[in-house]
Design a protein around this ligand. Structure first.
Ligand SMILES: Cc1ncc(COP(=O)(O)O)c(C=O)c1O
Length: 452
């Protein structure tokens, strides 16, 4: 099975000669025949060089919240770039973006802009370490917080037999090249497990600077926190003087206009935002309490970036956030997302397949095990994704694209319409029937470095 048409293949052969594995981010490589190549995108579609059009539920792994090439955002970007790109100085659009974030996200008092989610989490952790004078970081298994050395541990593609026992988790190093000595600075914990978290905090009392967490597992099948779990983590952070960081890079401005703070009603000390805040333009934000953020500054915690707050990205963010302030964007996403979630669930029920829905209409996924998984370990140990991944491949061959790697969620945008959802559901059921009766056989495709 090959996803590439003739022109895609030709382009990718060129790419293979000049870029490692032909990609600029490891996860984009599937195989020499299946790696996706696109020429352009519009609304809910991505289009390949052979002219094949796909309804897109990957949305660049989350950023495209309004739809590809949104004309409102692009017109503001076009207007802005005629007046220069970077000034190494403050400009009006940065201020407007910060004001909109403060308006949308409950409890946020100040904002520092960066360029990527990885930068936002990296600087947030330094801020927490500088503020508390402590060195250790606690993160949860299955959460991804970017590509830097301090957080690339026990992410969703860790080897389940190398993460220690549930009660004594061991951090799994996510890449060769990360210094072994950094292991001493990272404490890992299973998600949704109150006892192990309480034990870890007691064991490392006075040493942990920050707990960093995805408030829902955007990188682990969109698993949700158990009721009261985020409140529990918040209370423990207060008790132990630990800075609580919500990494909202995937869910910020997606699950609600005010992200996890609005959706769950729990306020961390810092939220890291990125993807959906500018509809695909590169920008990120560290947002939180003034008392904490004011520790960024001369002679205090270092934060810097040549392109931070650049004209193009801030114009895009300003326009995207302005659209969100009306509420209309999320009403549309929630409507079509709910249709898709419920429609898929009905299909599985009709075919007597035990399944569980996770997440919210804007970012959701399905798992297949008797009991709903509560954490990354249970997800990997009990869930059977083979059937699902085969149907995903059938969809891809028929013009509907979601991530082939099963635990990556579906993403919805405001450009998805009822007709896209109907077509997706029709094709999904057709594909499922074929896979169940054995007339469609494919192994599915996974990113090659799934084990690193
Ligand atoms: C939750 C989370 N945090 C951080 C990052 C890193 O963001 P970036 O790829 O912009 O560096 C990602 C990327 O997918 C993410 O999902």
């Amino acid at each position: 099975m090959a996803l590439q048409g003739r022109k895609s293949r030709e382009l990718f052969q060129r790419a293979l000669k000049v870029m490692p594995y032909g990609v600029n981010s490891n996860y984009r490589y599937f195989s020499d025949e299946d790696t996706l190549v696109f020429s352009h995108a519009e609304g809910p579609y991505v289009i390949d060089p052979d002219g094949n059009r796909f309804i897109d539920y990957r949305l660049g792994w989350g950023p495209v919240i309004l739809g590809h090439g949104d004309s409102f955002v692009n017109s503001r970007v076009k207007e802005a770039i005629d007046h220069g790109q970077v000034f190494a100085a403050t400009h009006a659009c940065e201020i407007s973006v910060a004001e909109r974030i403060i308006d949308l996200c409950p409890g946020v008092e100040m904002v520092r802009l960066t360029n990527t989610g990885s930068e936002a989490t990296m600087h947030s952790l330094r801020l927490a370490r500088g503020y508390t004078g402590r060195d250790l970081i606690l993160k949860f298994e299955g959460c991804y917080h970017g590509a830097h050395d301090h957080v690339l541990w026990s992410t969703a593609n860790a080897k389940i037999d190398e993460v220690g026992s549930l009660n004594q988790p061991r951090a799994y190093k996510g890449s060769i090249g990360i210094p072994e000595s950094l292991r001493e600075l990272i404490v890992t914990c299973p998600w949704n497990n109150r006892e192990v978290l309480a034990d870890q905090l007691k064991q490392y009392e006075g040493k942990i600077a920050a707990i960093i967490m995805e408030p829902m597992l955007g990188n682990g099948n969109a698993l949700m926190p158990d009721p009261g779990y985020l409140e529990y983590v918040r209370a423990l952070c207060d008790e132990y003087g630990i800075v609580l960081i919500f990494d909202e890079v995937k869910v910020g401005f997606r699950i609600a206009p005010g992200g996890a703070r609005e959706y769950f009603g729990v306020h961390p000390d810092i939220s890291c935002y990125a993807k959906a805040m500018a509809n695909g333009y590169p920008i990120a934000a560290i947002a939180g309490k003034k008392e904490l953020l004011m520790n960024f500054g001369p002679g205090k915690v270092f934060q810097g970036g040549t392109y931070s707050g650049n004209v193009l990205s801030t114009a895009a963010a300003d326009a995207t956030l302005e659209r969100m302030q009306s509420g209309e964007v999320h009403r549309q996403i929630n409507r079509v997302g709910t249709m898709l979630m419920e429609g898929l669930s009905e299909i599985f029920t009709r075919h007597s397949i035990v399944h569980h829905l996770h997440g919210t209409p804007a970012i959701f996924n399905i798992s297949f095990s008797q009991d709903p998984p509560k954490d990354w370990r249970q997800l990997l140990e009990n869930a059977n994704f083979e059937l699902y991944e085969s149907v995903i491949m059938y969809l891809a061959e028929n013009g509907v694209l979601r991530e082939p790697f099963a635990i990556e969620p579906f993403y919805l945008s405001a450009a998805h319409r009822d007709e896209h959802i109907h077509l997706t559901l029709e094709l999904f059921e057709r594909g499922l029937k074929k896979v169940l009766e054995g007339s469609y056989l494919t192994k599915g495709i996974l990113p090659v470095d799934v084990d690193f």
